[in-house]
Design a protein around this ligand. Sequence first.
Ligand SMILES: *Cc1c(COP(=O)(O)O)cnc(C)c1O
Length: 454
Amino acid sequence: MENEDTLPELTLFPHTAATGHQGHLAIGGCDTAALAATYGTPLYIFDETTLRAKCSEYRREFGERHPDTLAIYACKAFANQALIRLLQQEGFGLDVVSGGEMHLARSAGFPPGLVYFHGNNKSGDELRQALEWGVGRVVVDNFHELDQLGRLAAGLGLTQDVLLRLSPGVDPHTHSHVATGILDSKFGFPIATGQGEEALTRAMSTPGLNLVGLHTHLGSSLYEVGPYREAIGIVLRFAAGMRQRHGFDLAEMNVGGGFAVQYRLGSPAPPVSAYAAAIVSAMSDGTRELGLRPPRLVIEPGRSIVARAGTALYTVGGAKDIPGVRRYVFVDGGMGDNIRPALYDSEYEAVAANKMGQPRTELVTIAGKFCESGDILIRDIRLPGLEPGDILAVPAAGAYSIPMASNYNASLRPAIVMVRAGRATLIRRRETYADLTAAEADPPPHEMTRPCGN
Ligand SMILES: *Cc1c(COP(=O)(O)O)cnc(C)c1O
């Protein structure tokens, strides 16, 4: 642990990160170079201590200000059964957006009553699956879904608790691909057009549906708290109007996720306490002014639970020097395991995990191994001189990397380990070549040929 104070980049890594013996990066008491040797690379490491600390930070910061708060984790940021079991122990609910995520939650034994089902195009099969499993809330996104869910619930003799997803028309000042609460968005019922009100009256009068509240999600990576305040004000004024005109009671207010995390040394994100203070004060000010009963608050952090807990390890291979232009250093992963730099121009830091504390003498660009020129993980970063076999560690890699991983170039999606107190648990094995053909091999193709009508 000797060099901790002199390595500011360690602050981007999990809480347990330290420079261990031989100048190697250690996480959760495990030497990362040894993990790379044991499990191979690319390897994703999740630090259990950091995951649990994040969960309790959310519980504490929101719970102290508004005790009736439920935090639910947005599975799309990264989900597997080990993580879902951990979240259950931490008292979190889950936000799922597909039958597949429901299946993950169900196979991990997660209680369905704490599951919120989101999505702009839930299929009839997915809605039936949700009703039969008994999910706590369906967050209804459009009129087609409203009608379909009402019919399905009535057909099953059930009454399903629902929220309406509203689009409040607030610009969250983030990348356009991850802004969702603006008027011109595929998500939710716009308030401004009157469609929010129409959805509300239809939901209230649909047998089989019990409208318990309203939902908004402004987008992801919101570095400002202002948009939350603005959206909460708009939703509460809408709710007050709906109470007056239709007798609607806002029992639950879900403000979504989008809390930012720090990826680069120079760009810090607000602490959880800043979001909690802004959200809870906007809610209590608004309800007091409008004479509404303070509702239950639901928050949906995804990225901010898992980003810092996750670290990606790569092995350095070759390099390409273009004199006077650039030095490319190649690693054994890239857009197949983390497409965010190619998709969103996302930026990351990195360290040489087996050369911690060595001077950063070279300016390089880290390129992946995939057949796309855009497969660049990090542009222009200073690192110690890198040689084949060195281990590169990328911090804050736990969110929206693995779940967007692909088999592009018939590559194998990486292994994932969870570390704690000097022990590592393989929570997902690396894929094998057999996995690549598993969905095709059996039965042989000629047996899959069927007459298809005319
Ligand atoms: C993606 C999403 C979230 C989580 O967003 P983060 O930026 O990962 O916190 C929460 N709620 C909804 C509805 C979402 O679509």
